[in-house]
Design a protein around this ligand. Sequence first.
Ligand SMILES: NC(=O)c1ccc[n+]([C@@H]2O[C@H](COP(=O)([O-])OP(=O)(O)OC[C@H]3O[C@@H](n4cnc5c(N)ncnc54)[C@H](OP(=O)(O)O)[C@@H]3O)[C@@H](O)[C@H]2O)c1
Length: 383
Amino acid sequence: MKIALLGYGTVGSGTAECLRNHPMEGVDLAKVLDKRKIDEIKEILTDNIDDILNDGTIETVVEVMGGEEPAYTFVKSALLKGKNVVSANKLMLSRHYDELVNLAREKNLSLSFSAAAGGSIPWLFNLLRAKRVDNILNVGGVMNGTTNFILDKMQTGDGADFDKVLKEAQAKGYAEADPTADIDGLDVKAKIALSCDIAYSKMIDPDDIPALGIRYVTKNDIDNFKAMGYNCRLIGRGEKIGDEVAVYVEPMLFKPDAAEYTLAGAGNIISYLGEKMGKQSYFGLGAGKEPTGAAIVNDLYDIAAGISIFDMAQCVGKTKCRPELVCHEYYVRTNTEFDRSIVKETVGDNAFITKKISVASMHELAQKIIADGKEIFAASIAE
Ligand SMILES: NC(=O)c1ccc[n+]([C@@H]2O[C@H](COP(=O)([O-])OP(=O)(O)OC[C@H]3O[C@@H](n4cnc5c(N)ncnc54)[C@H](OP(=O)(O)O)[C@@H]3O)[C@@H](O)[C@H]2O)c1
């Protein structure tokens, strides 16, 4: 099987390296699309997508360019030309899931995307297998290594400030120069959307998912969590409630008996709850050149062997996310006035625990306070 890589950045070069180190007979990297001149692959490099789309000998395209466009157009064109696709592009896949999954099914092609959520952790792969034999009641967990690195650093050792730890995460290559996608929960929105798409066979628009990030967490908050016996993580979750799905992204406080409590560094821990199988969790490295490259090569080898688990992915329409259907108690710290009837108890300066309120109400309140130029940090309390 001849393959082409679209993008030779972190993940693209990691994929090529893994293919070189762990070759499979009959699988060859035939072309690479990138804008830059790259000496090590100059014989197979092109900057023209048509060189790949119009090459009938290329059976499978690996999209690791990132961004919505032109990645979406290239992936759709590859499927229309009869090529299998492997992609790690959570943003593009989560926004076009229904169309691309159905197009691949219609054309009897594989569209595989293990690396799009969980990186090297076999999360989506096992979720597809679990879904085949059980009713999935909820999915989600810690799906972003950058924010876990930041929260872990703030919660261990001498407890540094958010800004200082963010700079350290950037220096170590965990966080981008513009950290918005990580710290405001946008990356998790795409990953939890894809996880729900698979678990419930209906597309959730990632842009509809309410998200609270960790931008405003302070050392004082961390001290309050410690005093209450909690550790904070940024989570994405999708819960099946009757025929509806409640999806949200928010910081959550965990007690020591939860696996999430001790999750160190840039780790991920993602779980599903099956009606019959119970809770099963997957943890490890959710990103990085080599782990992500390895996940992509595994998808390629499954396609070459004719056993791609992603061929089971289905999408029968769209569904709204319904955050009003789930209620939590929240830790809230804010420097502004608001409706005090939601307060259950005070836990520090301007900090309190709410009564149980819906995820939708808490997110609306927080977004209003932020839009008014005031500060708020809110984290739900895990049950
Ligand atoms: N990094 C990770 O650990 C990780 C983990 C899981 C999933 N992913 C996903 O994998 C994808 C790739 O991430 P990455 O970290 O490898 O990104 P990256 O390092 O920025 O690599 C992307 C490469 O694609 C090239 N490219 C972009 N648009 C192009 C175009 N129109 N024509 C030709 N080349 C183009 C870029 O060139 P220029 O730099 O010149 O634009 C760059 O070399 C993203 O969707 C990301 O979300 C990443």
